[in-house]
Design a protein around this ligand. Sequence first.
Ligand SMILES: [Zn+2]
Length: 322
Amino acid sequence: MPRRTLLCTLVSLHATAAFLLFKKDTTNFTPRQATRREFFGPMVSGALLPLPSQAADNYPYKTCVAQVANCYKNAVTNAELVSKVYAALQPYGYGPDTLVATSLCSDEVNRPLEESFYNYFGSHFTLGGLAGFPFGGLSGFMAMISHIPDTNGSCLVVYGPHVGISTDGQIGKLQRRGQRQLGTCCGSAIAAAQYARAVYRGNAAPVRNTMVTVLDAQQAYVASTLLPYAAQIEQALDPMVELPYALFQPMDDMMLQIVTRADVDSNTRIAMLGGIQINTPVGLSDYFLPLRFDVRDNQGNLIENLMWRRTPGPRRKVPLSA
Ligand SMILES: [Zn+2]
């Protein structure tokens, strides 16, 4: 057997074995056998501790991984996130009859997270647009709801902004596939932040019409929505680290409003997983920092908060006023 074929076979067998092991674990799972701390302990304590090989001086992603841990403490790899979320939602009947809806930026670097969820729940419904805002809105959400399997299925909404970290640890930068130069990531968010900071400093006038032109309506919305958060970004120790935290707030508010206002069948559960997607160089897993993870009823009322501890934001030059 050619070496490449043998390698592919071994990788495939390893992946299959890992999946079967996972299936075995979750099949035996009962909600009362494990505390929430046991579910999420690894998500918030030590999940980013480098493996011995990652600690080696010649590990190429050492600086990048250190920056993830430093700037987005408690972030976990995509694979770990998805397996934890799957296990945590099983008591609520999540599984084959679950429909995943995502609201992540259009940037192709965010597709791997959706593919990770695909392995557990199948194809997803797309609500998101530039920067990750749920531009599909109420109509998009209602369309998604109407696609949930008839057997009392439920939905899982995965949403949030994203930020790139380059191999040498630069926040907001990423070397994309096939490109020599680093690019901005998230480009939409960074362009919006440049505008918002210019307005905050008095170097630019705020644009009144948020839908300046249908040709660039999404970016106009992102820039306008970020304006109230300009001070928060300016006062941060590192504005690029702060930017996704700032963006998450209006995004989270928008998603909560959609979930609350939507007309959803009484048997349907709505799980919300919001946070920051952290894109890393090719060859290293992406990470996700969960900032909201809960289950809600058909009217958007909270059933259970599945986050056992809130993640603190980054340090700031000046504490934000209440
Ligand atoms: Zn983006």
